[in-house]
Design a protein around this ligand. Structure first.
Ligand SMILES: [Mn+2]
Length: 201
């Protein structure tokens, strides 16, 4: 009805919604509304030399993920792989410090219809008995978890939950900055079904 559009109370309602969403979109800190607030942020320095600092972050990412997977086997590490051991050690120590008792790299998850995905690290212990860690190599450590990274973590947690329905899965996105020689971990008590910021609370 046309008359309802000009009803002042309707206009007010519409405006309230608009203002609420946009005012949540940017806070003083410059975060956006659909940020995903972690339960904990953990950080650690990496005690490494400067040899790797200037390299290509993408290449660092590929190599670092490769070294993570070398946790599994008994073969000797190459000199290049050894360069990433301080970073791997810092990540491992920090997870251990937070209660993780066992770390398994590159665990295959069943995605249905013959498809699979592989998570970076499957964790025993921490914020709940089972956890998943997604590792990202970045140039600069972010102030909040990147949404795409969280969604990747959530996908893995969902796939794992499909096979282990009774398990509550915690998760984290671990950012590794080779350049800054630091790691920052955004940890979430629950991953599956977690809601985004202001929109869906
Ligand atoms: Mn990764």
């Amino acid at each position: 009805m046309v008359s309802s559009v000009s009803d002042p109370s309707d206009v007010k309602t519409t405006m309230n919604i608009t203002i609420t969403e946009s005012s949540h979109r940017f806070t003083k800190a410059g975060y956006c509304a659909n940020q995903i607030v972690p339960d904990a942020i953990w950080g650690a320095r990496v005690y490494a030399g400067d040899d790797l600092c200037g390299g290509d972050p993408y290449l660092h990412g590929v190599r670092f993920h490769g070294v993570m997977n070398r946790i599994k086997d008994r073969g000797p590490l190459s000199p290049q792989e050894r360069q990433y051991l301080p970073h791997l050690g810092a990540l491992r120590d920090e997870l251990r410090h937070r209660g993780v008792s066992y770390i398994t790299p590159e665990v295959t998850l069943n995605a249905g219809a013959g498809a699979t995905r592989r998570c970076d690290l499957l964790l025993k212990g921490g914020l709940s008995p089972t956890g998943i860690c997604e590792v990202k190599c970045v140039t600069n450590l972010p102030d909040q978890v990147r949404i795409a990274d969280f969604l990747q973590l959530e996908l893995y947690a969902r796939l794992h939950a499909n096979e282990h329905p009774a398990t509550r899965i915690w998760g984290c996105v671990a950012y590794v900055s080779i350049k800054a020689k630091a790691i920052r971990i955004f940890a979430f008590r629950e991953v599956v079904g977690r809601r985004f910021g202001a929109y869906n609370q």
